[in-house]
Design a binder for this molecule. Structure first.
Ligand code: ADP
Length: 584
């Protein structure tokens, strides 16, 4: 909790001011019962009119001042709480942006979203009411208690005797509530995950006609949330009347015992009135304590969840003396590289190869053999477990991450489009690109004609995940995006590429343009590209079993030969099928 308070420390000036206003407002509110009590005594004794007028004026003035300082206090604390929440949210987001692929391999989106929203909100509420609320509660309690003791110490002790019971009750309730709050927060996160998954996977859900299953999953989470929330309400509901009851006991006692003292002439009616009014004021901080303790248990669990993320270190760290990669040639060397996702079973074993600037490297091997893994090591999405990777003879761990990734362009298999215009999606990595550059990139990617044919052209909105674009169009958009950034090194995951059709030709021509002049790694089934590659890497179970050019590898008559023959046979089958369509 203290670590989160650090976020509010920045605003200590405003907090101090708020605190002073709080002190003033508390002091002003304490004036009113005193004046009332004194006034009643004056009425019953001297009947001094001037004093009565003065007392009335003081009460009005104190109330006005109390209102003003109360306003300032509330406003300032809310200001600080909102600003701190804003800072926490930004810190969280920044951290989430930094975290490595390894973190996201394990994280659930819904969980992360609930931390950035629900949990931050809980902490904000605490900053708003709890941070100063606790001190206010204490001040109000001590000040009222002291005034009561100076008025009549016996009566005061009588009433204060009940406070330990109330405090005990508060602690019991908060201890019961703490695990339920934790549960509420966990269930909200689970609910978020279910919601997020069934929404982004809505096509799969519908295709498998599994709406009912998703509804059941959601309703199970929702009922758990309902139960937990109802339980907290029940606890609070039981607690409220209990507190009221406990607080009514000293009032009754004061009336009985104090009344006897008044009758015996040991206490004035005005003092008794003052006393009862202060007793009423004393109940406020005591009740608030219950609320605060309850709030505190919620904040502690929310804070833990937030700090969990803030404390997660990215596994990919930039060295303090990392150098930016300037204009590069694009020579890449893998030197005895091994890698494991889980630090248990190796995914890549002892991979060594070197690529000259501008060369085309084709990665081959059955699915799961480690092709994509090799590709994701180059931009340092993961760090090697052993060995090293160099670009232009610099170890990639010595290069700043931003400059490394600017120099390595990636066209992934699963292309993500942002909810934005086509123009903004193409310019995603190059925000300051001119319209002319964007159009040129689109032309090179064979996408311009398609875009020009759209009613709003480049300003056409691409829906979430670009559902209005076909797979081929998306791929060409990704190619245009990468062309615009113009990286010296290129990684193309083209593994789902299908057979020759009209769009296929477009894609291939776009790919050819993209590859030209760059060191390129490509995962593909396209034989013409593979045959032309300067280096073919054949992988099997994470090991590099063959490397070389097409001709050399064919001569070896090994795994490459077999893959090639199989692919050729598959392509011929498809070509034949295509011909049949053509003649029909
Ligand atoms: P390919 O691209 O050749 O199909 P990959 O490089 O994707 O193969 O995968 C190699 C192996 O690593 C597979 O066994 C796969 O299950 C595993 N793997 C891939 N990505 C991850 C990941 N993010 N976390 C853990 N294991 C992974």
């Amino acid at each position: 909790l203290l670590r989160l308070v650090v976020f509010a420390r920045k605003y200590w000036g405003q907090l101090t001011l708020a605190f002073l206003c709080l002190l003033a407002s508390t002091a002003f509110s304490l004036v009113v019962p005193r004046m009332l009590g004194r006034g009643i005594d004056v009425i019953l004794t001297s009947g001094d009119r001037n004093f009565l007028i003065m007392a009335a004026l003081i009460i009005v003035a104190a109330s006005v001042l109390r209102g003003l300082t109360g306003y300032a206090n509330t406003y300032l604390t809310q200001l600080v709480s909102q600003k701190s929440a804003y800072d926490i949210k930004n810190a969280l987001f920044e951290r989430l942006q930094q975290l490595s692929f390894a973190f996201y391999d394990r994280a659930q989106t819904g969980q992360l979203m609930s931390r950035a929203t629900v949990d931050v909100e809980a902490v904000r509420m605490f900053f708003g009411m709890g941070l100063l609320g606790i001190s206010q509660t204490l001040i109000l309690f001590v000040a009222t208690a002291v005034i009561m003791i100076t008025l009549d110490w016996k009566l005061a002790l009588l009433s204060l005797a009940f406070m330990p019971a109330i405090a005990w009750r508060t602690i019991v309730v908060s201890q019961r509530l703490a695990p339920i709050w934790l549960k509420v927060q966990q269930v909200i996160a689970a609910l978020g995950t279910t919601l997020q998954e069934s929404l982004s996977g809505v096509r799969v859900v519908k295709a498998f006609a599994w709406q009912q299953g998703e509804s059941r999953k959601f309703s199970a989470d929702a009922i758990a949330l309902y139960n937990a929330e109802v339980e907290t309400s029940r606890q609070v509901a039981v607690n409220m009347p209990m507190m009221t009851f406990l607080l009514s006991l000293p009032t009754a006692l004061v009336l009985w015992y104090g009344g006897r003292q008044v009758v015996a002439g040991e206490l004035t009616i005005g003092s008794l009135t003052q006393f009862i009014l202060y007793l009423g004021m004393l109940s406020m901080p005591v009740r608030r304590l219950g609320f605060l303790v309850n709030n505190l248990s919620r904040v502690v669990s929310a804070g833990q969840r937030i700090l969990e993320i803030l404390d997660t270190e990215s596994q990919i760290k930039e060295k303090p003396d990392a150098v930016p990669l300037e204009k590069i040639e694009g020579r890449i060397i893998f030197n005895k590289v091994s890698f494991s996702y889980d630090a248990v079973s190796p995914t890549l074993k002892n991979i060594t190869f070197s690529v000259q600037p501008g060369q085309l490297v084709a990665l081959l091997g059955s699915s799961g053999s480690g092709k994509s893994t090799i590709a994701s090591l180059i931009p340092r999405f993961y760090d090697v477990s052993a060995g090293r990777i160099t670009i232009d003879d610099i170890d990639i761990r010595d290069i700043t991450l931003a400059s490394l990734r600017k120099n390595v362009g990636i066209v992934q298999q699963d292309i993500f489009l942002f909810s934005a215009t086509i123009r903004d999606n193409i310019a995603y990595g190059a925000v300051d690109a001119s319209m002319e550059d964007i159009i040129n990139a689109a032309k090179a990617a064979h996408l311009h004609d398609f875009i020009a044919g759209l009613p709003e052209g480049y300003n056409t909105w691409v829906g979430e995940r670009g559902i209005t674009l076909s797979g081929g169009e998306k791929q060409r958009l990704a190619i245009a995006r990468t062309l615009l950034v113009n990286p010296a090194i290129l990684i193309l995951d083209d593994s789902t590429s299908s057979v020759d059709t009209e769009t296929e030709r477009h894609i291939r021509e776009a790919l050819d343009k993209l590859i030209r002049g760059r060191t390129t790694f490509i995962i593909t089934h396209r034989l013409p590209i593979i045959k032309n590659a300067d280096l073919i890497l054949v992988l099997k179970d994470g090991e590099l079993v063959e490397k070389g050019k097409h001709r050399d590898l064919m001569a070896v008559n090994g795994l490459y030969y077999r893959i090639y023959q199989a692919q050729l046979a598959a392509n011929e089958g498809e070509d034949l099928a295509g011909d049949e369509h053509g003649t029909r």
